[in-house]
Structure formats: C-alpha cells, structure tokens
Design a protein around this ligand. Structure first.
Ligand SMILES: [Zn+2]
Length: 478
C-alpha cells in the first residue's frame, strides 16, 4: 500500500554559501526521498533558503547591493549545488517568495486574533550572529559559543508569542512520541529542557529591522526570522496561511536537521502549529556534525569543504556515497580527504568497480547468456530496509558491501577462468559460478539507487542485457 512521505531539510540561511553541513542534510533527505519513491510512496521533498533578517541586510550593505539581490545570488548557489549533486527536491522554497510572505502574514494575523500574540517587552542578551536572544547558560565566558562574540543587551517593545501556554501539551506529545525526536539522546535533551527550564513567551517581532516580513497589524515591526522561516515547511506545499487547513502532504514524515537548530524546532515550531490548529510533524531527526581532520570546520581555519570540491574530486555518485557512509547518521563524525581517498579506493575502485569489471569480463569472454532478476534477494532487501527505516544509512551500505565481498570471494575461490570452456559442459560449469555472482551485483545495484543513482542505473542496464559486456571502469582510481 502506498503511503505519504513528506521530507524536509531546513531552509538554509543565505548568510553563507553551501558547505558540507548543508550537503549532508540535503543528500540524506534525497536518499530517503528516492528510497520512498522506489517503494511507491507518494513522496514530496522540500528544501530551500531562508533570506530575511538583520544579518542579511548587513551583508548586502557591505557589498553595496540590495538585500534581495544578495539573497538571489546566494540562493542560486544553493540551487546550483543541489543540481550538481543530483538532488531531486520537488520544490525549492525561498522565504522571500511572495506567496510565502502572504501566508506568513495571514498565519500571524490568525495567531494574533486568537490572542496568542500580544504586545510585550523583551529584555535580554541578543547575539546578532544567531539572531537570537541568549540565556546565560547558552554563553561561554560571556560569549556566544557559536560566534565567540559578546551578545548585546537589548530591550524593546515587541509582539510576543504565548509559547509558555503550550508547554504541557508539547511535553506530553514529545514524551509519547506523538512528535518523535530521534535519536533518543536528542529526545532526552529536549524533555529535560522542558522539565528543567521550560518554555517562556518569546519575541515574535523586531522593530528597526526592515529586511523582513511586516507584521500585518503593525507595520513598524517585522516578523522574527525563525517564525518566518518555520512556516516554509507549509508554504513549500502551497499552503496559503489558513489555520486549521493542512496542505495535502502535511504532516511531514521526517524533518531532518543538525543539532544546533533542534531546540527551536522542538519548541517554537510545534507551538506555532498548535496555535494554528495544525498537526505536528511525525519525526524530527537530528544528525551530527562533521569535523574536518579532528577540527571544527570554520572559515578562519580555512578548512571549509564545499560540495563542489567533493564532486570535482570524486564525481557526483561517489561524493554522495562517501558522505553518507562516513559515520552513523545521528552521530558526529570526523572526515578528511585522506579518509575519503582511502574509502573511495577500497570500496568503490577496488570493491564495487573491480568486481563489476572482473565479472563482466568473464561473462563476455565466455559468451554466457544470463537471465537475471532485479530484487530477488529478499533477505538482503529486508536487512537493508530495516536500516533505511531507522536512518542507519551506513549499516544499509555495509550490508550491500558484505554481499559484494562474498561475491568477490566466491569468484576468487572458484576461479572460473581456470575451467576449460571447450571441455564437456565447460560453459555450464562456468555459468553456474558466474550467474549467482552477477545476480548479487544486480541486486546490490538496485538497492544502491538512492545513494548512487547514476552508477546504479549504469550497472543495472549493463546486467540487464542478454549479452553482458565489459564497460568503462566505473570508478577510476585516485
Ligand atoms: Zn551567536
């Protein structure tokens, strides 16, 4: 039976060009979207860019261009990167899209009309980098831990969202997994945040920041960037801002993100949905960070890895594979080009690539005709699916490579090249050895499609011909 599967990445903030962090989330979302499409599920995959806020206005001013022009340029860099990585998003939402802006205003008006938004005053320490007020415990030696800058003391009149009102209901839903947060340690962090600190009402507007969506009933304020950004998950489906009316694909089956934005996604975002009488997402999945050679990736260290660096060096499919197999999806990982090179040579050039070359060469040389069937290894499919279902991409890939390893060993042990083709039943004997190996390769290729779509199709096409022929090397050695 086909199911609905709606998956989102965060909208990426255009203060920065795409790097491996964005790439990780987006490729993972693409892998899941492709897998669900292959299962016949009705699938929608949304990504996009977050374009409002003081920081964007500031960057544009530095470059002496309009904020919209600045946002256009960076947003198109994200689009290019995703197209280069063969990402199959069904929509690319921009928070400066006119339809999005209208829907945000309509939604906030509704929340205001039902008295979930009131005129309050906010005093606090504000980090410009985060565009967030910070509590003392968010700071290290008085500095924002993400930006190493001292937040500014600010006090202002602002339109305030009654976040505290939703504390009990949200905590209950999170505990009962009605809003599931994965991995479990992340859920525990959030539950403990609710229980120990709890929700407080939050500023939902800013004065004096013109690069934002005007509050519909008070044009001297613009909408707080997070409130604006969250609604993309609905407007990206064509939602017009009407409370109580979820778009067809809502709720999201999976919302992927990195850990730095979990807290807001597990508090403000679902509270907004409750205020708008809309269902909560089913699952929030939080993946870890990559360190580069044991160091945090940062511009000042000059170790930022861009998606195009990976594609240039390894090719699209191999880049996708290397990212997804680097570490368990919910954990932090350490990557380096040296490790990627090693893995590329071991698993792709020597592993998959070499096995395909050896097998096809022998099949072609002996003139074998093999009738193979895609998807014939039910045990392998079961193991793989279980891992995909639980976001264990690395394990799903390991199960495929285990299969390839067994096929490779069978080939080396049985040495079909030593058999005499012309001896009695020589060809039958050779065929008996090579057919299961070819069948394994085909089954693995079929399951590789979400990760390496082009290479997988190449192998499937090659092994689906009546007469299988050796082709170009799939992965030239590095
Ligand atoms: Zn900060």
């Amino acid at each position: 039976m086909s199911k609905k599967f709606y998956i989102t990445t965060p909208v990426y903030y255009v203060n920065d060009v795409p790097h491996i962090g964005h790439t990780y989330t987006t490729v993972a979302a693409d892998v899941l979207a492709r897998w669900h499409r292959s299962l016949g599920d009705e699938t929608f995959f949304l990504t996009g860019t977050d374009e409002h806020g003081a920081k964007i206005a500031e960057k544009a001013r530095e470059m002496k261009i309009e904020p919209q022009q600045y946002a256009n340029e960076i947003s198109s860099k994200f689009k290019e990167a995703w197209s280069e990585l063969n990402i199959t998003n069904d929509n690319f939402i921009r928070t400066t899209d006119e339809e999005h802006i209208k829907a945000v205003q309509k939604a906030l008006q509704y929340m205001y009309d039902r008295s979930d938004i009131y005129l309050g005053k906010y005093e606090g320490l504000y980090c410009r980098g985060c565009e967030q007020y910070k509590s003392q415990r968010d700071l290290i030696n008085g500095l924002c831990s993400d930006h190493q800058t001292a937040p500014e003391k600010m006090s202002e009149e602002c339109w305030t969202f009654k976040l505290a009102k939703y504390q009990d209901e949200l905590l209950k839903k999170i505990k009962k997994d009605e809003l599931q947060i994965l991995p479990l340690n992340r859920k525990n962090e959030i539950v403990s945040f609710y229980e120990k600190e709890g929700l407080e009402d939050i500023s939902f507007s800013r004065k004096n920041i013109s690069w934002g969506i005007p509050i519909p009933w008070d044009k001297s304020h613009t909408v707080y960037v997070w409130a604006d950004a969250f609604l993309n998950y609905l407007t990206g489906l064509g939602w017009s801002g009407k409370a109580g009316q979820a778009p067809k694909m809502w709720p999201a089956a999976v919302q992927l993100m990195s850990k730095d934005i979990l807290r807001v996604h597990a508090t403000i975002w679902p509270a907004m949905l409750l205020s708008l009488n809309l269902p909560l997402p089913e699952t929030i999945f939080v993946h870890g960070y990559f360190q580069i050679n044991g160091q945090k990736m940062s511009k000042s260290l000059g170790n930022v890895v861009a998606p195009e660096d990976l594609v240039k060096k390894y090719g699209v499919d191999a880049a996708r594979f290397l990212i997804m197999s680097a570490t368990a999806f919910g954990r932090d990982g350490d990557i380096s080009f040296a490790k990627f090179d090693e893995k590329y040579n071991a698993d792709l050039a020597n592993g998959l690539g070499n096995l395909v070359a050896r097998a096809t060469k022998l099949i072609e040389k002996n003139g074998l005709e093999l009738k193979l069937k895609v998807g014939s290894d039910k045990k392998l499919i079961e193991k793989y699916s279980k891992n995909m279902q639980s976001f264990r991409f690395d394990e799903a890939l390991k199960s495929l490579w285990q299969k390839l390893k067994e096929a490779d060993e069978a080939l080396s042990e049985k040495k079909p090249w030593k058999l005499d083709l012309l001896a009695s039943s020589g060809q039958a004997k050779i065929k008996k050895i090579l057919k299961p190996i070819a069948q394994d390769i085909l089954n693995v290729a079929d399951l590789l499609k979400p990760f390496m779509p082009t290479v997988a199709e190449k192998i499937i096409t090659q092994f689906s011909h009546k007469q299988i022929k050796k082709g170009e090397p799939l992965f030239p050695r590095i």
